[in-house]
Design a protein around this ligand. Structure first.
Ligand SMILES: [Zn+2]
Length: 83
């Protein structure tokens, strides 16, 4: 097999959870929009690890900002094919 071992090479900025003080790698993307600040099609994104997905998404959901929660791999696939 010729796959490189990437376990210790987080050099290309592995995305990190957006929760305060958390250094875990992000697994989820929370897409949100504040209608007072953003046009309806605009998407802000937060990144979340497994542990903080619930916390961050409920924070956004309470304010009515939360639009979408998708896995990071899925999000990247979507943006890669978005043209
Ligand atoms: Zn986290």
């Amino acid at each position: 097999m010729s796959f490189p071992d990437t376990s210790d090479s987080a050099s290309d900025a592995a995305p990190i959870c957006s929760a305060k003080g958390c250094r875990e790698p992000a697994v989820w993307v929370l897409a949100w929009n504040n209608p007072k600040l953003h046009t309806p099609e605009r998407r802000k994104t937060w990144l979340a690890c497994d542990e903080h997905r619930e916390h961050l998404s409920s924070f956004l959901d309470m304010r009515g900002f939360l639009k979408d929660v998708v896995e990071l791999t899925e999000w990247e696939r979507r943006s890669a094919t978005d043209h």
